[in-house]
Design a protein around this ligand. Structure first.
Ligand code: FAD
Length: 461
């Protein structure tokens, strides 16, 4: 292998970049500051329960991950789907769990009957759904917040009781700042094409009916993916467990400082969070660094509680619940793992995972484990009537882990792309740019590996 790229970050983004580069005949040196690879992806196995520290699944509609799994020694044979027969999500309203109507596509009713029968919406919201169908096509010159898009189409109740909790659950974000163009691109397209989001959703359903489950994961947990990548890159990748502390430009490319030792290459891939990448670049690429520093992040705390099922006193008849801001004490969302992925938890146990995000996470990052457990248990008692004591638990704090695609994110992306054109050989991979999920990271890694190959071919000819 002639080339050798430098990769900073050993999460799924860095590992898959190393993997795709290896397949193209380019070797890598991958730097990871912690003593384990995988980043946010980690699966603990305790008393035969598979408990995820970070992502628990990926969206089936994004095929790149399934394709990668196929190439990773038959990992695709371990793909499991979520138990969609039991798929029901509850929203907390007036302190009670109210089922989200069937057929909703995020905050858009895809079926009339369930939306009209639902206790989640007032009569005036239901009338608003009817009127929304007559909206005229609209092209907006500017990006707007998700909050404004949803309020203009459906009003405050849908914003508060659907959009806001859904976005907190997925992005750890705030509808008042998130960008409609980046986060709800398909709804912005419906608005432009048909005016009505309801008609847009229905039209799309007619053209492409959904097949199979909504979420996928791996029989051995999400870590099966990063473990398989680690095995696959061994041949082409030197893994160095050191923190990169500085980056400089050289005449032929880039060099990175790992504990005083400099490593050089024509290609440097920053697969660490944007805030970390920005700090590293500093003066070496000041324009890029300034854009990266402008991408805000929020923090998350994940607490998983495992109970003896017999003591739970709740049927776990769905995938979990979301808590709108005005109803929230600590937990923003909870996943009922035993129902969403039954094969992960032995029948004798019930496992529930709580997300603490946004301001609550910021406030509680330094709280003790015991205090956090008490707060989560208090919410489960209040909302689900669970009084029993968990048999065991896991707890992970993920500070500054969830990038926020705020209004103007797309323009920032364009400015970043322009700034990168003056930095040949510098590449950014991760969830801060073009999609926040694991499949998005893998797709960007694949594209980056291809462009490194293309660039090296251009230079040799
Ligand atoms: C709580 C939570 C739940 C999520 N759930 C889902 C889900 O269900 N489905 C889904 O698709 N996505 C989910 N996501 C998003 C998903 O986890 C991420 O998109 C993805 O894991 C990001 O991977 P990454 O490799 O880009 O970053 P990371 O996993 O953060 O890895 C970056 C790595 O870079 C290392 N690093 C940083 N700085 C340096 C340095 N200077 N030198 C060397 N190493 C460095 C870090 O130690 C880290 O290991 C979730 C995210 C969070 C926070």
């Amino acid at each position: 292998m002639a080339e050798r790229a430098l990769i900073v970050g050993g999460g799924v983004s860095g590992l898959s970049t190393a993997y795709f580069l290896g397949r193209l005949g380019i070797s890598s040196v991958l730097f990871e500051k912690s003593d384990r690879l995988g980043g946010l992806i980690k699966t603990d196995v305790i008393e035969e329960c598979q408990l995820e520290a970070g992502p628990d699944s990926y969206i089936a509609a994004k095929p790149v991950l399934t394709e990668l799994a196929r190439d990773l020694d038959g990992l695709d044979r371990q793909i499991i789907g979520s138990n969609d027969e039991a798929r029901r999500i509850f929203i907390v309203r007036g302190g009670k769990l109210v089922p989200m109507p069937q057929g909703m596509v995020m905050m858009v009713p895809g079926a009339w009957g369930p939306a009209f029968r639902s206790d989640l919406f007032s009569v005036s919201t239901k009338l608003r759904f009817l009127a929304e169908v007559f909206s005229s096509p609209l092209t907006r010159d500017e990006d707007i917040t998700v909050g404004r898009l949803v309020r203009e189409h459906f009003g405050d109740e849908v914003l508060e009781y659907l959009a806001e909790p859904l976005l907190s659950g997925v992005y750890g974000g705030d509808a008042a700042t998130l960008s409609a163009r980046s986060v709800l691109a398909r709804f912005v397209a419906y608005e432009q094409k048909c005016g009505s989001l309801i008609r847009g959703v229905r039209e799309e359903r007619r053209q492409t009916p959904r097949q199979g489950g909504l979420f996928r994961s791996f029989a051995g947990g999400m870590q099966s993916l990063t473990d398989a990548l680690i095995r696959a890159i061994r041949q082409n990748t030197q893994v160095v467990h050191r923190e990169i502390a500085g980056i400089e430009r050289t005449t032929n490319g880039w060099r990175a400082n790992a504990a005083g030792e400099w490593f050089e290459s024509a290609n440097l891939v920053l697969a660490c969070p944007a805030h970390a990448a920005g700090r590293l670049l500093g003066d070496a690429a000041a324009d890029v660094a300034a854009e990266l520093a402008g991408i805000p992040y929020s923090s998350a705390i994940l607490v998983t509680l495992v109970y003896d099922r017999a003591t739970l006193g709740h049927p776990l008849n769905g995938f979990g619940f979301l808590v709108p801001c005005r109803e929230r004490q600590t937990v923003a969302a909870a996943t009922w793992i035993s129902t969403k992925f039954p094969s992960r938890i032995p029948q004798r146990f019930a496992a529930l995972r709580a997300f603490i995000v946004g301001n609550q996470a910021l406030r509680l990052l330094d709280a003790s484990d015991a205090a956090l457990l008490d707060l989560v248990r208090a919410d489960f008692r209040r909302l689900m009537g669970i009084h029993s004591i968990p048999r065991f638990s896991t707890l992970y704090r993920w500070p500054q882990s969830m990038p926020q695609y705020v209004v103007g994110h797309m323009q920032r992306q364009q400015r970043l792309a322009a700034a990168l054109r003056n930095c040949t050989g510098l590449h950014l991979v991760g969830n801060a740019y073009d999609g926040v999920g694991v499949p998005d990271c893998v797709r960007l890694a694949k594209d980056t590996a291809s462009s490194i190959l293309l660039q090296s071919k251009l230079e040799t000819h």
